[in-house]
Write a protein that binds this ligand. Structure first.
Ligand SMILES: Nc1ncnc2c1ncn2[C@@H]1O[C@H](COP(=O)(O)OP(=O)(O)O)[C@@H](O)[C@H]1O
Ligand SMILES: [Mg+2]
Length: 410
């Protein structure tokens, strides 16, 4: 068989089986019945040995039987037997999967040119770990996702998205859970993922070592939650978002921190336009200026206030602004929505929430039923739209355990 398939390049089981199947074709594609006669082995054994999905190499006597069935003489068998010995130490390779897990980009995303530049400079400068931190609702996730989409093509081996849920009402995702998700995303079956964290980290780093992968870790509660998820290879970049400054990651792991502030006064109106449309905004430019100022240029506050207005097409923006201002003064709330968030992070007393606040909040971003907000339930369900535009903040901060943001960095 001087010109038939050769197994010299077969180093893994799937490659050897592929070569054996090519050999079968080269040998005239004998039927199982013919192979049975030539090898002296049962048909089922022969069919099983040639199954491309098998996880272990066939036994030596079965392998020799296949060679006989494909007319390989004893003299010609040595390269095949050498390949068989090689694959004993090489497990079957898992089919490589390329994760594409980024959430959809934010519709109507606006501004952030400086932050984009900074992140791109980090990437091009060879940084492997970046932390985007800032107050709730400032747009950390939106920025990281938007930027990740922009640079995704530089990471052809995949983009992982791992939400550690560090600030939601339930417990955060543990490093073990996140590692298992990450390893699975590359096509490793669940039963082949080790249970010990050290072993999982080893598998994860082996998979990613020579790959170019972008890893986005959202809502990280601590540096300890992030470390196991950072690939070791030079081609990977990890972008973390957190309300914490994650000082430990910066100090010990060389992470670059990007502190995200609110939008600029020039950027903020575009968020309102994306919800209300340009026509309504242009009709009341001055009121919109007031709106963005009262929201403290905080993207989440802008979105929710604009969503409230979108629900009331007959109310003018100026009317809402006047009500908001009067109510804010009488309630002695901080001057802007962003200031309310900052105050609640500092564990200062929160303003009261209302039922309509939760509804407004839910419609814009939370997704939690208003009935789960106990303070909201007990308050006046007929509270005005004015109140709701502000007090969604307190409702929201309770949902998201905002006070967690004031924990000391780890
Ligand atoms: N640059 C932006 N342009 C438009 N909308 C934004 C922008 N940044 C954030 N948003 C919106 O504001 C809300 C809060 O943003 P998010 O990224 O979830 O905040 P964070 O992750 O900091 O808590 C989301 O509804 C998001 O779509
Ligand atoms: Mg977020």
């Amino acid at each position: 068989m001087s010109t038939g398939p050769r197994p010299d390049d077969a180093h893994a089981l799937d490659e050897l089986i592929a070569q054996l199947r090519a050999l079968k074709v080269w040998a005239g594609n004998p039927s199982l019945r013919q192979m049975e006669k030539l090898s002296g082995l049962a048909r089922s054994t022969l069919a099983d040995a040639l199954n491309p999905r098998r996880k272990t190499a066939p036994a030596l006597e079965v392998f020799r039987g296949l060679l006989r069935a494909f007319s390989v003489t004893e003299d010609e068998a040595e390269p095949w037997l050498a390949a068989w010995r090689r694959v004993q130490s090489e497990p079957a390779r898992v089919p490589a999967a390329v994760p594409r897990q980024l959430p959809a980009a934010v519709p109507g995303f606006t501004g952030r040119a400086k932050a984009f530049k900074e992140l791109t400079a980090l990437l091009e400068g060879g940084s492997r770990l970046a932390v985007v931190c800032g107050i709730p609702g400032v747009g950390k996730t939106a920025l990281a996702v938007q930027w990740a989409h922009q640079v995704a093509s530089r990471f052809p081996d995949g983009q992982l998205y791992l939400d550690l849920r560090g600030y939601s009402s339930g417990p955060p995702v543990t490093p073990d859970q996140a590692l298992a998700l990450a390893i699975r995303a590359f096509g490793v079956p669940g039963e082949e993922i080790p249970l010990q964290q050290d072993a999982m980290v080893g598998v994860y780093r082996s998979i990613t070592s020579d790959k170019r992968v972008l890893v986005m870790v959202d809502n990280a509660p601590s540096a300890a939650h992030v470390r196991p998820l950072v690939p070791g290879g030079p081609g990977c970049l990890t972008v973390v978002t957190s309300r914490d400054r994650l000082a430990g990651l910066v100090a010990r792991d060389g992470a670059h921190r990007l502190e995200l502030g609110v939008l600029t006064p020039e950027e903020a109106p575009a968020v309102v336009i994306s919800v209300l449309g340009a026509e309504r905004v242009l009709r009341e430019e001055r009121a919109v200026d007031e709106l963005v100022r009262l929201c403290g240029y905080l993207p989440l506050a802008l979105r929710i206030t604009a969503a409230n207005l979108a629900d009331r097409p007959h109310q003018t923006i100026a009317e809402l602004m006047a009500e908001l201002t009067a109510w804010r003064r009488s309630s002695r709330l901080p001057r802007t929505a962003a200031a309310v968030i900052r105050a609640s992070i500092s564990n200062r007393p929160e303003p009261l929430a209302s039922e309509s606040a939760c509804s407004a909040h839910r419609s814009a971003s939370c997704g939690r039923p208003a009935s789960r907000c106990t303070r909201a339930r007990s308050s006046n369900a007929a509270a005005s739209l004015t109140r709701s535009s502000w007090s969604w903040l307190s409702c929201w901060t309770r949902h998201r355990k905002c006070a967690a943001g004031s924990r000391s960095p780890r």
